[in-house]
Design a protein around this ligand. Structure first.
Ligand code: G4P
Length: 281
């Protein structure tokens, strides 16, 4: 999904989010484990003040496992609960229920003191586009989701998916805007594919990726592409040669090579890679 954000759009999304947040105890925030900071919304900490917080490092299957652990520690340090998940395969989802109870134990205890027993925790899923919100809700809620899904004619507004006796989920996720005004963030979001491709110069993007790989994961380039280049442009040219990306007149088709490289990265063919580390933040 590609959403073009503009100020009016963001104001509306923010207002809707504020209303929804009033109804819940816990915010389940999805971030992309390859870019956990760049894929976070800038205002979520303000919007979610006073609520229990669970961060899911989604697509952790595509990210560097050492970095996944470092990021989990980083967010835990900030008072959030964290679970590494792969919403596509379902890995990691089983541990969420226990973590939710732990994250909301103050609320559960408060309820108990007031004589309210077994009131489920209410949660909503939020995140920027393409981070995996729908995939997560479908895998996590499974059949329950289909049962209470949007039925025409049923009252508009919020519907809750009852996951078990202690957890209810708002049926539609909150879509948040990314921090796209920061150029580095923009490049990272473009690399993971959450910014509209047509507005990007693929060759420049590919060279950014090569620059990053040369610095942080040099073996990836040498192993997959047998690259020995010293600079990103030379690297892209070598990839074009190695993968026979040739234009009509026989010259190198750098655009095609760029697309191949970016696709290899997005699909995990370059291995599990994380584009940012907590140390850089
Ligand atoms: P959104 O609601 O937040 O916009 O995201 P959505 O669930 O549509 O997921 C966006 C893409 O990310 C989908 O791929 C989805 O399969 C993939 N995805 C979600 N979670 C994970 C995960 O944990 N690991 C991996 N590897 N991929 C994940 P797609 O290319 O749009 O669709 P498809 O090729 O899977 O059909």
């Amino acid at each position: 999904m590609n959403i073009q954000w503009y100020p009016g759009h963001m104001t509306k999304a923010k207002r809707a989010m504020k209303e929804d947040i009033k109804l819940i105890d816990l915010i389940i925030e999805l971030v992309d484990a390859r870019v956990p900071l760049s894929s976070r919304n800038p205002d979520i900490d303000d919007l979610g003040a006073g609520k229990a917080r669970l961060i899911l490092l989604n697509k952790s299957d595509l990210a560097d496992e050492r970095c996944n652990s470092a990021w989990a520690a980083y967010f835990e340090e900030k008072g959030c609960h964290v679970v590494k998940v792969n919403s596509k395969s379902g890995a990691g989802l089983k541990s969420i229920n226990g973590v939710v109870l732990e994250a909301c134990k103050e609320k559960i205890e408060r309820d108990r003191r007031r004589g309210i027993l077994n009131r489920p925790v209410r949660a909503m899923v939020v995140g920027i586009p393409n981070v995996g919100k729908s995939t997560f809700i479908n895998s996590f809620a499974g059949k329950a989701c289909a049962k209470t899904g949007n039925k025409p004619g049923v009252t508009k507004g919020n519907q809750w998916i009852r996951l078990n006796k202690s957890l209810e989920l708002l049926d539609t996720p909150g879509i948040l805007w990314p921090r796209f005004e920061d150029q580095t963030v923009g490049i990272r979001l473009a690399l993971i594919g959450s910014i509209n491709d047509e507005i990007l110069n693929k060759e420049e993007l590919a060279m950014e990726l090569i620059r990053f790989l040369m610095k942080s994961y040099p073996h990836v380039l040498s192993e997959r592409y047998e690259l020995s280049a010293e600079d990103p442009l030379e690297g892209l040219m070598q990839i074009a040669k190695a993968r026979a990306c040739l234009a009509r007149g026989g010259e190198l088709d750098l655009n095609r090579a760029a697309n191949l490289l970016i696709e290899d990265f997005r699909s995990g063919k370059l291995g599990r890679l994380t584009l940012e580390t907590p140390q850089q933040s």
